[in-house]
Design a protein around this ligand. Structure first.
Ligand code: GRF
Length: 191
């Protein structure tokens, strides 16, 4: 079994889709949820789904390597970021080379970087009168949203779409593609 840890800071709708996708999978399972927010919706999902979880403190995440030990103890193979808002520290990237994946709700390299998360992204896309947006699934490196791109999928934006409409269109793409791209990637890794 290849074991996934999902890192999320918010509601966890992507986490839920990933959990559902791998529920009865023969070689991939979601083994751990990690959040930096004790009240994040994703932790309710973890409890409901009976998946172990860890709540990070900023101190332990940035000043210790305790998390690496916890991930190794649980034999985690891949880290899946799904709305995780803290910058991933170098030590964690070095411990999981090319094994940390993120989804960004826009077409990188546009609308990425620090502060570009959640509705900020879609409001900026709207403000610039873009005619397309979409998702970017990419490897994580030491800078926000700059790792190698694995896959992008686009959607059209109509002039009368609000930022919320754009978010909703993009979220449909996220839910549809992220679990499948993770599956393809891990399957091609497991020779
Ligand atoms: C998604 O838009 C994802 O692309 C972004 O954060 C959001 C998380 O949403 N990185 P949810 O918590 O999965 O509902």
């Amino acid at each position: 079994m290849k074991k996934l840890a999902i890192f999320a800071s918010g509601t966890g709708s992507n986490a839920q889709k990933i959990i559902d996708h791998f529920q009865h999978h023969d070689h991939i399972e979601v083994s751990l949820i990690v959040s930096n927010k004790p009240k994040a919706g994703v932790l309710e999902i973890a409890q409901k789904e009976d998946i172990p979880f860890i709540v990070l403190s900023r101190e332990s995440f940035y000043k210790t390597h305790q998390l690496v030990k916890q991930l190794q103890t649980r034999q985690i193979d891949f880290i899946i970021l799904a709305g995780f808002l803290w910058l991933v520290p170098d030590y964690l990237i070095r411990s999981f080379p090319n094994k940390i994946i993120n989804i960004h709700p826009a077409l990188l390299p546009n609308y990425g970087g620090k502060g570009m998360y959640g509705m900020h992204v879609h409001e900026a896309v709207k403000k610039n009168k873009e005619t397309i947006s979409g998702i970017t699934i990419h490897y994580v490196n030491e800078n926000y949203d700059e790792g190698q791109i694995i896959k992008q999928v686009t959607c059209e934006i109509n002039p009368n779409d609000s930022a919320l409409d754009i978010r909703n269109k993009v979220l449909v793409l996220e839910h549809d593609h992220y679990p499948r791209v993770i599956e393809e990637l891990i399957t091609s890794h497991s020779f």
